[in-house]
Design a protein around this ligand. Structure first.
Ligand code: KIV
Length: 275
């Protein structure tokens, strides 16, 4: 059955954990969807994982539409959430609504996600007023990496923790249906989760959140540029792929692939006429 924002609200009410993984293409989305996930995030981590950028800042609305639409084609049941990339919503409320609309119309998203607290509440309100569900994103927000001075845990001081709680309440009041909490101390994430009526989806924020999200390539051991402390490797798919690539190279070189069963036939008298 198709998951929606109502699935998120019901899960919070019933104390059921929500599950979300990233995906950036049709085939991976189809596998994740078939496994029974609640939501698939077409994260702007696309920039790191798929496009090989150092950060997420170069990702464009066109990139998100291109990959989002592929994911949407593969996701039968999961709610597809597409990230709004850097500078597609910070510039103005107008830009935010237009770009969120493109992610829905052209990317076929079920919801959009954007980073920030009080400073983007007018954008969250305008987008939700346009009938587009918004997931907020607080804590370590990778689009602000230059302002943070690196990938650092957020909300550790009293002032920063207080600000995070205020931001969480503000995005809820602005209309967000859920909030991602990234790289936040677990006790603070638990407190935010208790204070909010909307679900919190944690990544590096401990087990007290209403749900969890991971970058699929991290949890499969396919992305090795850096592995954050909070990632559990659920499989070593990267090694399995490397072994398979090596086996293919060897089989082609030693002539053991392709075999007879991999070939197409032609009548001998046709071929003989060509000699
Ligand atoms: O872009 C992304 O993958 C994300 C997750 C880290 C939450 O925003």
């Amino acid at each position: 059955m198709k998951k929606t924002v109502l699935t998120f609200a019901e899960a919070k009410e019933q104390g059921e954990k929500l599950t979300m993984l990233t995906a950036y293409d049709y085939s991976t989305a189809k596998l994740i969807d078939g496994a029974g996930i609640d939501a698939i995030l077409v994260g702007d981590s696309l920039g790191n994982v798929i496009l090989g950028y150092e950060d997420t800042l170069s990702v464009t609305v066109e990139d998100m539409i291109h990959h989002g639409a592929a994911v949407a084609r593969g996701a039968k049941d999961a709610l597809v959430v597409i990230d709004m990339p850097f500078m597609s919503y910070q510039t103005s409320v107008y830009d935010a609504v237009v770009n969120a609309g493109r992610l829905m119309k052209e990317g076929r998203a079920g919801a959009v996600k954007l980073e920030g607290g009080t400073e983007v509440c007018s954008q969250i309100k305008a987008i939700t007023d346009a009938g587009i569900p918004v997931m907020a994103h607080l804590g370590l927000t990778p689009q602000s990496i230059n302002a943070f001075g690196g990938f650092k845990v957020q909300g550790k001081t009293e002032a920063a923790a207080k600000k995070l709680v205020e931001n969480a309440i503000a995005v809820q009041e602005a209309g967000a249906f859920a909030v991602t909490l990234e790289c936040v101390p677990d006790k603070l994430a638990r407190l935010v989760t208790e204070k909010l009526d909307i679900p919190t989806i944690g990544i590096g924020a401990g087990a007290g959140c209403d749900g969890q999200v991971l970058v699929y390539a991290d949890m499969l051991g396919m992305f090795s540029d850096f592995t954050p402390k909070f990632v559990r490797r659920f499989a070593n798919t990267g090694q399995i792929m490397t072994d398979a690539f090596k086996a293919y190279i060897e089989a082609v070189k030693d002539g053991s692939y392709p075999e007879e069963k991999h070939t197409y036939k032609i009548d001998d008298d046709v071929i003989e006429k060509l000699y």
